[in-house]
Design a protein around this ligand. Structure first.
Ligand SMILES: [Zn+2]
Length: 399
């Protein structure tokens, strides 16, 4: 790979225009552009920070194409499931299902990043945009989620990634896949049906927004150790390491959009990409909220934290120390139970006696307050991103 050359202000400006990034955002945040590679990499990190759906660019190849680096984040749903696991007693009848769901989400993410690694082998035309984990709301009752969306002037490619161990058998009527591993069977939703739904969704979106561009789909199995049986022959199905060749073929297609149209289309898609807000997980998994553990819990292991002094909390199970665990624990309430809370409910859930600590945290979280006195209700402000720490889990394994 040739070294990155986007060193000068002018080059960065050009790239900001290309990636629809407002250059003022950098100036107002006192980010200075420098002429050495290390500082340029800082600018790239800043771009990723302000525009998390943008990938970190980019090296220009000798032939004038671009090699890209995909910046994929761990999905929010993974952290939310960890919250649920921490709040569920181990003896709860849904506990193992939730651990399973965490493992599947984690394996899915690893499969996607492995596939990204191979997509990064591909030399793309200059005008390309790749959106990992693309979400779109078609109408009030229909959302679609696409693992990877590749947009060029010639085509749109919808990529569905599966990372499942064992032998996968495609079944018809009704369509599903069955996994056999260690003599145990388990069924999963058919990924081809998912692709067809996503294709239909993107087609509708393009038509509604007056765009006309060929759309292709691909199902990618992240690991070559998966044995795939009875795969439908009318679908493009690949192992991750074979996937780049298919993309390279698509890259030879004639452009259907001008550069201006491409920029407009990517701008519209980026604006549309929106992580939809999941319903509270207790409702989703049909769990009685009274069965959740109360108390201020450790973000690492989910056991109770003990307050040592005014500033410090500690976990006796894993030794984790925390100076501000309340906001993160309050977030559990919104993710798991409901989108509005009262002071009394919070005091009960977190087993706290002092309203003072909670009031301080409510203000810090910039919650929206309605009502007066004991009936005051607090809601999350949708425009404020949570600053609370994400829970972590080191005890999960891929399925
Ligand atoms: Zn702990």
């Amino acid at each position: 790979m040739k070294a990155n050359k986007f060193h000068t202000n002018a080059r960065v400006r050009l790239k900001c225009i290309k990636f629809h990034i407002n250059i003022k955002e950098f100036h107002t945040n006192s980010i200075k552009f420098h002429t050495n590679l290390a500082k340029t990499q800082n600018v790239q990190k800043t771009i990723a920070q302000y525009h998390p759906i943008c990938y970190d660019f980019i090296n220009t190849s000798r032939e004038g194409g671009v090699l890209i680096q995909i910046n994929r984040k761990i999905p929010e749903s993974y952290y939310n499931l960890i919250r649920l696991k921490h709040r569920l007693p181990i003896s709860h009848k849904k506990y193992n299902d939730i651990v399973d769901e965490i493992n599947i989400t984690k394996a899915g993410y690893h499969g996607e990043t492995r596939t990204d690694y191979f997509i990064q082998e591909v030399e793309f035309p200059q005008d390309v945009h790749i959106i990992p984990d693309f979400h779109i709301k078609l109408h009030n009752n229909r959302y679609i989620q696409i693992d990877t969306l590749i947009i060029t002037k010639s085509y749109i490619l919808i990529v569905e990634v599966k990372n499942i161990k064992g032998t996968i058998i495609f079944k018809d009527y009704p369509r599903q896949i069955v996994r056999v591993l260690n003599e145990k069977t388990r069924s999963f939703k058919c990924p081809v049906v998912q692709l067809e739904r996503n294709l239909d969704g993107i087609e509708k979106w393009l038509t509604n927004n007056n765009w006309n561009l060929p759309i292709y789909t691909a199902l990618v199995f992240a690991s070559e150790t998966t044995i795939v049986e009875n795969a439908p022959t009318d679908q493009k199905i690949f192992f991750a390491k074979d996937f780049p060749l298919y993309i390279q073929k698509l890259n030879n297609l004639n452009p259907a959009l001008s550069q201006k149209q491409f920029q407009q289309l990517t701008k519209e898609l980026i604006q549309t990409n929106n992580n939809f807000i999941e319903m509270p997980l207790c409702r989703k998994y049909n769990i009685d909220t009274n069965e959740l553990k109360s108390g201020v819990l450790c973000k690492s292991c989910g056991d109770k934290l003990f307050r040592i002094n005014q500033r410090k909390w500690t976990c006796q199970s894993c030794g984790q120390e925390d100076t501000n665990p309340i906001a993160n624990n309050l977030e559990d309430f919104f993710v798991l139970m409901k989108n509005e809370i009262t002071m009394v409910e919070c005091l009960r859930l977190l087993e706290l006696e002092s309203r003072f600590t909670l009031n301080y945290t409510f203000q810090k979280m910039q919650l929206i307050k309605t009502g007066k006195g004991k009936s005051t209700i607090y809601r999350k402000n949708p425009s404020k991103h949570t600053s609370s720490t994400k829970p972590s889990s080191s005890s999960t394994e891929t399925p």
